[in-house]
Design a protein around this ligand. Structure first.
Ligand code: CTP
Length: 473
């Protein structure tokens, strides 16, 4: 089969590389994801991998020198690869390899090989396709493992025995699931079985690499597809046991609770229809994570998960820490949404006070809309009348909050009177009393005792200061 590269926007580059290889008696092929995505007619990737049956580093240097002598080539001697950037593309060159891996090591022992040796040590048949850039067969597709057929049939299959491919590099178990989830492919039966058998070996892979794949699954159109596969293969148990702990339904005195694992997956799918924000999707993933450790059957009231949001938001931090994800603003955002996830539902009552609405506004600040997106995604009842009713309830709460905000402006609350001003009023140095007074002002505004206004706040502070024995200067 020949691939028509005449319309390819990188044709000039491919011709140049072909010429350089020819002049140096080297072979060269495009391999991997670029070929796959080209055949799938997906957006043209900016990473292009080239394989030569001789020295990849030499080919990279020669190609760069030919294209533009100013190009800087980065060489990774240990891996026998070299790469350079050119017009927004990352071009990577490698010598074809035969690899064998030691059982407990991630460091393969590598020796030179043919193109086919190199193709067979790759992860999946769809990633083992090569296009020749050699002059005698420029554009010929080299597909020894029927990758094109697998692309057509939407199948993830390994070129070698699956157990070999996965045990060579256990990250591939995550990649198989990631490709299945993002491309809507099916993992071939023997492969799936091999992943189940090898799942424990994921522990030799760094958390950072695991999370790159996990987050690609989270960003797919319907993340539950990948998350279900992670569960089914046993990988989820190694990555996030806190989530698998949500699985199962218990019954006491004829009363059951919902299976919070499957519910969570539905919530993640629901929210993914409304947002591409990875962290909002993470908030959906972890919104019920505190339910396993807080679950209790209470005589008379049934199943309870008291305080699960608070514990859940604490667990967010330990999960992020273990998974080596950054503990900065994104983590805090997920924590905040998990912690607030049950608050809007508690405000549905007719006679909810403005104070309660103001408090939610204050606590959620700029993330209020995201919180409501999460709450609506949390509605997983199959009863469409109930679903519509619950959604309407949230819309009503959102409307009430909007009204309060228009009146009180506490959304991005800035105290109407500063600590410095209070110090000046009473001639104080920084002290505990200042903190107490500031907190009292905030509470009074949220409770609606005073307006969010400088004059009222001043007057309030004078009175409260008196109570604390402070004298106005
Ligand atoms: N590869 C592999 N095993 C891995 C990672 C990568 O065999 N664990 C091979 C595959 O042939 C893959 C190529 O290296 O196509 C390039 O890998 P990478 O750039 O990580 O992935 P892509 O397949 O290009 O896909 P994506 O860009 O979507 O990650």
């Amino acid at each position: 089969m020949n691939i028509n590269l005449s319309q390819n926007k990188n044709l000039k580059l491919f011709k140049l590389i072909s010429e350089v290889a020819q002049n140096n008696d080297q072979t060269v092929y495009i391999v991997g994801g670029y070929v796959r995505d080209l055949l799938l007619k997906r957006n043209s990737p900016t990473d292009i991998d080239f394989v030569t049956e001789s020295d990849g580093m030499e080919l990279a240097r020669n190609a760069a020198a030919h294209i533009d002598p100013k190009i800087k080539v980065s060489v990774f001697k240990n891996y026998g690869t070299a790469m350079f950037h050119y017009k927004g593309l990352d071009l990577e060159f490698v010598g074809a390899r035969k690899e064998s891996y030691a059982e407990h090591s991630r460091n393969p022992s590598v020796s030179k090989g043919s193109l086919e040796d190199d193709q067979k040590r790759r992860d999946f048949t769809i990633n083992a396709l090569a296009i020749s850039l050699n002059q005698e067969n420029f554009g010929e597709l080299i597909d020894p493992f029927e990758g094109v057929l697998d692309l057509k049939n939407k199948i993830i299959r390994t070129p070698l025995q699956p157990s070999q491919t996965y045990s060579d590099d256990p990250l591939r178990m995550m990649r198989a699931i990631r490709f299945a989830a993002t491309l809507h492919f099916k993992i071939e039966e023997n492969s799936l079985q091999a992943i189940k058998n090898e799942a424990a070996r994921i522990s030799i892979i760094s958390q950072e690499r695991i999370m790159v794949e996990f987050n690609k699954i989270m960003l797919s159109e319907k993340p539950s597809k990948g998350l279900k596969l992670l569960e089914e293969t046993g990988l989820m148990q190694y990555i996030m046991p806190e989530l698998t702990a949500l699985k199962g339904i218990e019954e006491v005195e004829g009363q059951t609770h919902k299976d919070n694992f499957w519910h969570t997956l539905e919530v993640v799918d629901n929210i993914s229809k409304h947002t591409e924000n990875l962290w909002l999707r993470w908030a959906a993933l972890l919104h019920d994570v505190g339910k396993a450790p807080t679950k209790k059957f209470v005589e008379g009231s049934g199943w309870t998960f008291h305080g699960h949001e608070f514990l859940g938001s604490k667990m967010v931090k330990s999960i992020f820490y273990r998974l080596k994800m950054p503990l900065g603003n994104n983590m805090k955002y997920v924590q905040k949404l998990v912690k607030l996830s049950s608050r809007p539902i508690a405000l549905i009552d007719e006679d909810t006070s403005d104070a309660a609405l103001r408090r939610l506004l204050f606590d959620s600040g700029e993330d209020l809309e995201d919180l409501f997106t999460l709450c609506k995604a949390d509605i997983t009842t199959k009863n469409s009348a109930k679903q519509a009713k619950y959604k309407r309830n949230f819309e009503e709460v959102a409307l009430k909050i909007k009204e309060v905000e228009e009146k009180d402006h506490v959304r991005n609350f800035q105290p109407p009177i500063s600590g410095e001003e209070i110090m000046e009023m009473f001639g104080l140095e920084p002290s505990r009393e200042i903190g107490i007074l500031k907190e009292k002002v905030k509470e009074a505004i949220l409770e609606g005792e005073i307006a969010n206004d400088k004059e009222e706040a001043r007057e309030f502070v004078i009175n409260e200061g008196k109570e604390l024995g402070l004298i106005l200067v």
